[in-house]
Design a protein around this ligand. Structure first.
Ligand code: NAP
Length: 233
């Protein structure tokens, strides 16, 4: 498979890139820091050479998104999988009284419009891919019933991402593209902290199974967990 992963400079994104390479896939690893990309994947670049392409991509930046699309176009113009992983979590403990609405806007720009922009630009290449799958990394924080009491900015951005995923799933069905919004679980990453129960490597493995269409997924909705089970809304 030829996969593209955003937010690859750390956490789940970087683990996904490494594991995908181990499984024999070609990967475009995209991140907003050139330096982090180089340091994160120095070993993988040595090992996997041209199977790994490192791309500068801040998902809020339209020009960088276009440049990545151009690169994909020049290199065969197809993708078999896209993982929109980049995200931020800010203003977590704030109540509405003190919530910084600019931070809410920033969260929507990164967590919701970022995946939408990346998908919009790359969709023509996915339509030319083999058994293509789009995975938007979402969160239980985007559910109505299980969300953390505050966390406005993050929760709202992920609820909207779930709706984007559902709409896209419907509209791309006729093109044979599967679309999921995947809750990865509480993982030991910068965002999740060191007390989290899940190892991002186990989660990445589940997500790769979904991308490789190894799992039978019976969910009627796009929002699932990393084992393929439907999530509550
Ligand atoms: N960890 C959890 O427990 C948990 C639970 C549920 C859902 N999730 C979701 O899982 C995904 C991965 O999270 P994680 O735990 O791996 O978080 P993380 O360790 O904080 O990593 C997030 C990644 O996103 C990148 N990023 C942030 N803003 C970006 C932008 N504008 N453009 C491009 N990249 C950007 C970061 O880049 P920099 O290195 O440059 O900052 C970083 O590489 C996210 O979608 C998150 O919402 C995580």
């Amino acid at each position: 498979m030829r996969l593209l992963v955003t937010g690859a400079s750390g956490g789940l994104g970087s683990v996904l890139v490494s594991l995908a390479l181990e499984r024999g896939h070609e990967v475009y690893a995209c991140a907003r820091s050139e330096a982090k990309l180089q340091s994160c994947f120095a070993r993988e670049k040595e090992l996997y050479k041209e199977k790994l392409t490192l791309c500068l991509l801040d998902v809020t930046n339209a020009e960088q998104t276009q440049a990545v699309a151009q690169l994909v176009e020049e290199n065969g113009a197809y993708l078999d999988g896209l993982v929109n992983c980049a995200a931020i979590m800010v203003e977590r403990e704030k109540t509405i009284d003190t919530l910084d609405l600019e931070k809410v806007e920033e969260s929507l720009r990164v967590n919701t419009l970022g995946p939408m922009r990346t998908t919009q630009r790359l969709l023509p290449f996915l339509r030319r891919g083999t058994r293509p799958v789009i995975v938007n990394i979402s969160s239980e924080a985007g559910t109505i019933i299980n969300a953390f009491p505050t966390n406005y900015a993050y929760s709202i951005s992920k609820t909207a991402l779930n709706m984007f995923s559902e709409r896209l799933r419907e509209s791309e069905r006729e093109n044979g593209i599967l679309v999921y919004a995947v809750h990865p679980g509480w993982m030991r990453t910068n965002m999740g902290g060191c007390d989290a129960p899940a190892d991002p490597r186990d989660i990445a493995s589940g997500i790769l199974d979904i991308l490789e269409r190894k799992k039978k997924i019976y969910s009627k909705i796009a929002f699932i967990d990393a084992t393929g089970r439907p999530m509550p809304l």
